[in-house]
Design a protein around this ligand. Structure first.
Ligand SMILES: Nc1ncnc2c1ncn2[C@@H]1O[C@H](COP(=O)(O)OP(=O)(O)OP(=O)(O)O)[C@@H](O)[C@H]1O
Length: 415
């Protein structure tokens, strides 16, 4: 292609009506009155909000972003499935897309008829399709099923046929949504090979994926969508890092807000105890004393528990427990087990548990805290009072990360 850009988008706005999402038609009357009511701004969800994006020919570009950030919507606009509300979108050359499972297939038509139908939609003449027909059928691996109506196909068969057509019509720009995840392993390899051939042939590929490892391996460039705009575009590893940091920041903010809200209400359905002592707040702090919900594996974690006695008790024990997302207990201890020297316990105060190293593997964990009597009777027991996300570090597995090293020696040394 001789054009400077394969895709040029300026000021793209896409809105969807919210009415399907809202539960405001609760009565027959409101339903009947609906056609006479004016639609306001608030009835629309703005998914793409003035998005600008340029993609050079021959690039493999992955679109990443959180759920609902508009990745598929953008792809569908590029494919011509959705219309933009505002802005300009220019795609140079023939566009072929793998977006919706079997979109464009007629259920009553056979695979063969659908190949011709689909090829025509993609701008090929009957002769051109006929010339590619055998290749498409061979590529789909559908064999005799090619004569059966596509409504009888499994979802994997739909994808095979869709993919076979899309990649064999010689597109300049290929749009791929995460549909490929539907096929089996052998087909996934086949797709990967084909996409690599496309890349080598200098075609432009735009794909949407949540698989950041695959994206890093495959894409030349990554676009991160956030808030209806491009938050970052550039070299894959760099943008993925920015995205991960952004997600962690957001998760941290939400976690902190949630921990505070829970501390204020103290999760009525998740607490029990006789009430002589009340836990009034729980905080997860970093080494600087800042509250967080996301921590780096191996970093210190300081837990603070505020309490007040409603009734004087002289056998107060404080405990903490950390569970993983499968509900498995990763760690639990209390001031009695640890024989902690706390000194006299005032009627109101803050107890701190300092973990020098949070040696958990990355994942999501929940925290339980408790104030109880020496015999285990709960004064106040709070389960899942805070969610704790552990990030970073190598990709090891399990529940515990002991500090460790590896080494190797030859058997001769030992002999
Ligand atoms: N046809 C539609 N009608 C109404 N709302 C829609 C429609 N299509 C998408 N949306 C809404 O637009 C927003 C963006 O959806 P989209 O599928 O583009 O996001 P995404 O980034 O691909 O998400 P995911 O990662 O979950 O696949 C969502 O809030 C979705 O509910």
């Amino acid at each position: 292609m001789s054009t400077a850009t394969a895709i040029e988008i300026a000021g793209l706005v896409k809105r969807f009506r919210r009415e399907m999402l809202r539960r405001d038609y609760t009565t027959w009357k409101s339903l009947l009155l609906r056609p006479f009511q004016r639609r306001g701004e608030g009835d629309y969800l703005t998914v793409l909000d003035g998005l600008d994006l340029s993609i050079a020919p021959g690039r493999t570009v992955a679109i990443i972003g959180q759920n609902g950030s508009g990745k598929s919507t953008l792809l569908k606009i590029l494919a011509g499935i959705y219309k933009a509300d505002q802005g300009t979108v220019t795609v140079s050359g023939r566009v072929s897309s793998l977006i919706e499972l079997g979109a464009g297939f007629h259920p009553e038509f056979s695979g063969r008829e659908n190949i011709f139908l689909n090829g025509t939609i993609l701008g090929l003449s009957k002769k051109e399709i006929a010339a590619r027909y055998e290749e498409i059928v061979a590529y789909s691996g559908l064999g005799d099923f090619i004569e059966a109506p596509v409504r009888t196909y499994s979802s994997g068969m739909y994808v095979r046929l869709g993919f076979a057509v899309a990649v064999n019509v010689d597109p300049d720009v290929l749009l791929v949504d995460e549909v490929l995840a539907v096929g089996d392993e052998a087909f996934a390899h086949k797709c990967e090979t084909k996409l690599n051939q496309f890349k080598a042939a200098g075609k432009t590929i735009v794909l949407v994926s949540h698989d950041l490892i695959a994206v890093k391996k495959f894409a030349d460039e990554v676009v991160w969508l956030d808030g209806g705009k491009v938050a970052a575009q550039g070299e894959a590893a760099q943008v993925i890092d920015l995205y991960r940091q952004g997600v962690a920041r957001r998760e941290d903010e939400m976690g902190r807000a949630q921990a505070q809200a829970r501390a204020a209400e103290l999760a009525a359905e998740r607490r029990w105890g006789q009430g002589e002592v009340e836990i009034t707040a729980v905080r997860l702090l970093d080494r600087e004393g800042q509250a967080h919900a996301v921590f780096t594996s191996g970093a210190p974690l300081n837990l603070e528990i505020d309490y007040r006695m409603r009734q004087e008790v002289d056998d107060l024990v404080f405990g903490v427990a950390i569970h993983n997302s499968a509900g498995g207990l990763c760690y639990g201890s209390n001031t009695a087990i640890d024989q902690a020297e706390l000194g006299p316990v005032p009627p109101q105060g803050t107890v701190r548990c300092a973990l020098q190293r949070l040696d958990l593997v990355p994942g999501t964990y929940t925290l339980d805290v408790a104030a109880h009597a020496a015999d285990g009777r709960a004064y106040d027991y709070l389960t899942q009072v805070a969610t704790l996300s552990v990030r970073g570090g190598p990709r090891d597995e399990g529940i515990w990360r002991p500090p460790h090293t590896w080494s190797l020696s030859s058997r001769e040394d030992k002999a």
